[in-house]
Design a protein around this ligand. Structure first.
Ligand SMILES: *Cc1c(COP(=O)(O)O)cnc(C)c1O
Ligand code: SF4
Length: 336
């Protein structure tokens, strides 16, 4: 049976992002029915393989009906393959626990410190390297900014603050305004970078209040979006990208190379072209972090290098993302 909530609550009935966040699909059976794939319900792993499904309805509406291989669906649907144990695929794949310098601060690289600004995401991506990280204890929200900002204040070699998570735009704009005030006491910070998937998966988040906050921030602002496939774009996403650019931000994108989703040169080229059409430049193409439960998404380095070589032949250089891997303990993302 199709649950009544998706029949009675179309995604377009409100523009309030918090309400849309709450109405996200969290039941894989509901998602499958919605897509005309109810017959696959028996193939879901028990208890979502330990990482709950979450997908905003607007993002789900960009999935193709009745296609079990849809590249957006595959990013969010729990799979039995996640239960396979694969040697080398572990819980803390990128050394985050070692890089923690204060509550909610990761400082691995020269000049840049990363604030875990929120523990939640509007969408749950099955390949995510954060799926096993104890973020609930790390959130540097209200009251806890102080410890994180105190760390940044005493290290004047840091000139760029990165808000990541989780998704930092999960925070209310009121909390972001509070953070903005705290940044005024850190004169060595000249750039604020925000890593967020929300402009893509819940573009309504880029509302007037957020734009006003960005415009008023006396810093250089960079947004690093996270998109893996051109189908993730629609008019609402274009609109969110426009608003961000009008608010004075530079827009970049990072993708993860994912088997069965974007491990094909035509798909990657289409993504770069679509990004540029929305005013976004490709930044990184990440080799998958070796996180437990994600081995079925992995692409060999040989194949990854071959794909990027093909991209170089068919795209202008500025549309070819840098193929990198994060290696615990290294001073930068590692080019392949
Ligand atoms: C990835 C990452 C950054 C950003 O690295 P860039 O190469 O500047 O994009 C910064 N800090 C941490 C902890 C990171 O994991
Ligand atoms: S941190 Fe990013 S990749 Fe991971 S689940 Fe959240 S939105 Fe997805």
């Amino acid at each position: 049976m199709i649950p009544t909530s998706c029949a009675t609550v179309p995604p377009s009935s409100t523009n309030d992002w918090r309400e849309l966040w709450r109405r996200a699909i969290t039941d894989p059976v509901e998602l499958l029915h919605w897509l005309g794939l109810g017959h696959l319900s028996g193939q879901l792993p028990e208890r979502n393989a330990g990482f709950p499904l979450r997908v905003p309805r607007g993002f789900a509406s960009r999935m193709r009906q009745a296609d079990r291989h849809d590249p957006l669906l595959l990013q969010v649907l729990p799979q039995l393959a996640e239960l396979d144990e694969t040697a080398g695929f572990v819980a803390d794949a990128v050394g985050d626990l070692d890089a923690r310098k204060a509550r909610g601060v990761l400082h691995k690289y020269q000049g840049r410190a990363l604030l875990i600004a929120s523990g939640s995401c509007a969408i749950h991506c099955r390949y995510c390297f954060r799926r096993h990280f104890p973020y609930a204890e790390e959130i540097s929200a209200v009251g806890q900014w102080r410890e994180a900002l105190a760390y940044v204040r005493q290290d004047t070699s840091i000139n760029e603050l990165i808000l990541s998570g989780g998704d930092p735009l999960a925070l209310s704009t009121t909390k972001l305004v509070e953070l903005g005030r705290g940044l005024k006491e850190l004169p060595h910070i000249t750039r604020l970078r925000i890593h967020s998937r929300l402009p893509i998966v819940l573009p309504e988040r880029i509302d007037d209040a957020l734009s006003d906050w960005l415009v008023a921030l006396p810093l250089q602002k960079i947004f690093v979006l996270h998109t893996n496939h051109a189908n993730e774009f629609d008019a609402t996403v274009d609109d969110a990208c426009d608003r961000l650019r009008q608010a004075g931000t530079t827009l970049l994108n990072q993708s993860v190379l994912l088997r069965g989703i974007n491990d094909d040169s035509r798909t990657l080229a289409a993504l770069s072209e679509r990004l540029f059409a929305a005013g976004v430049l490709p930044y990184y193409l990440h080799q998958l972090d070796r996180v437990r439960g994600s081995a079925h998404f992995s692409v060999s380095d040989e194949r990854a290098l071959d794909l990027v070589a093909q991209l170089r032949r068919c795209l202008p250089g500025y549309l070819v993302p840098r193929l990198v891997r994060e290696v615990a303990g290294k001073p930068a993302k590692q080019p392949l």
